[in-house]
Design a protein around this ligand. Structure first.
Ligand SMILES: Cc1cc2nc3c(=O)[nH]c(=O)nc-3n(C[C@H](O)[C@H](O)[C@H](O)COP(=O)(O)O)c2cc1C
Length: 338
């Protein structure tokens, strides 16, 4: 239900732009793009020739009979094929198929070369990796200005696991559960706000701990402890860093940090420069690089089964947490330093 404060905001809000779309087509497009959609690739075949366009004009139309619709630009090279075809297929893209969307919206000559597809029951190409596919008979066509509207009667459908690719405000995005929407996992978080198992920071800590422990076999293979590996990475990233600062950067205790520095110096992997700063020797740098390569390979293996869309949300969230916390800390330090 709308609160009166929301209504006031609506009344007071000044449009970013407004006017007659006939005067400014770009403005019209921008306004339309405020409506987020999915992305689909519609395909058809005519003998040995195949046609396909990326579309976001796709929409559900009727459940009984099962109808859907989309529209095609009259300037499309596939226009003639779609104006006369008896069947077409709508392939709904997953959040991992941005490249496929770009590919089929491009002007390349053979859109099907190097693409994984197979003909459906009525001959229209069905693309692999989609989250739903509808095989349709062409039910009706209507004039739609510079586009033609096609209505399809769904004869056969398939649904697969996966998240949809979203197109809104002129760019691709991925669906994120709204924090205010009831459902998993936001609702669970709201119901059990204080349990440790459901505590976000605790989970970040647990994940870090579990990964670090799993990586230990690789550190051992290089003959280094976790403390030594952290000091190596820190001195690599901050050449010239003073011993006192190493503990803070590595999240190690002062004594552990000093012990690790001493061990690295004793193995000639690190030197104390005349200015008191620490620097890696060539063999220290080589060891650091070798651990870094192992870390990358380890990371790739760990993330292999996680959808890229989930990884990018995780990265974005962690980045924001780090930035915001660092800013807050810097601000507090500035105030207390006055
Ligand atoms: C996200 C997105 C949505 C699109 N939606 C449509 C659409 O609904 N209808 C259409 O005709 N073209 C649409 N296009 C443009 C076509 O994909 C593109 O013009 C066409 O594939 C160009 O190749 P063609 O000349 O071989 O058809 C869209 C493009 C993108 C990237």
């Amino acid at each position: 239900m709308m609160r009166s404060s929301d209504q006031q905001v609506l009344r007071k809000a000044t449009p970013v732009e407004q006017g007659n779309p006939a005067d400014d087509q770009r403005m019209f497009r921008r306004c339309l793009s405020q409506y987020g959609t999915g992305v689909a690739i519609v395909t058809t075949a005519d003998g040995a020739s195949r046609f396909a366009v990326t579309v976001n004009s796709f929409s559900s139309l009727s459940l009984d009979p099962p109808l859907l619709l989309w529209s095609i630009d009259r300037k499309s090279r596939s226009f003639d094929a779609f104006s006369s075809c008896e069947h077409f297929a709508v392939n709904i893209l997953s959040s991992e198929q941005i490249e496929l969307s770009r590919h089929f919206s491009s002007k390349i000559t053979d859109k099907f070369a190097d693409v994984d597809w197979a003909p459906g029951r009525f001959g229209s190409p069905l693309l692999s990796g989609c989250i739903a596919r509808f095989e349709c008979s062409a039910e009706a066509r209507h004039d739609g200005g510079d586009h033609m509207i096609l209505i399809g009667r769904v004869q056969q459908l398939e649904r697969f696991e996966g998240m949809p690719l979203i197109f809104s405000q002129g760019q691709y995005s991925i669906p994120l559960e709204h924090p205010d929407a009831p459902g998993e996992p936001a609702a669970i978080a709201a119901e059990q706000p204080n349990t440790l198992a459901n505590n976000v920071l605790q989970m970040i800590f647990n994940a870090h701990h579990a990964l670090s422990e799993a990586f230990d076999e690789h550190r051992r293979a290089e003959g280094v402890s976790i403390a030594v590996a952290r000091v190596l990475a820190t001195v690599h990233g901050h050449p010239g860093i003073k011993v006192d600062a190493v503990a803070g950067q590595t999240y190690l205790g002062q004594r552990d940090a000093e012990d690790a520095v001493a061990e690295l110096a004793q193995k000639s992997l690190l030197v104390h420069s005349v200015d008191g700063g620490l620097r890696l020797t060539p063999s220290g740098a080589a060891l650091r690089e070798s651990i870094g390569e192992r870390w990358l390979a380890f990371q790739n293996a760990q993330l292999e089964s996680i959808p890229p869309a989930d990884i990018s949300v995780l990265m974005r969230t962690l980045k924001r947490l780090i930035e915001q916390t660092t800013q807050e800390r810097t601000a507090t330090e500035a105030v207390s330093g006055e």
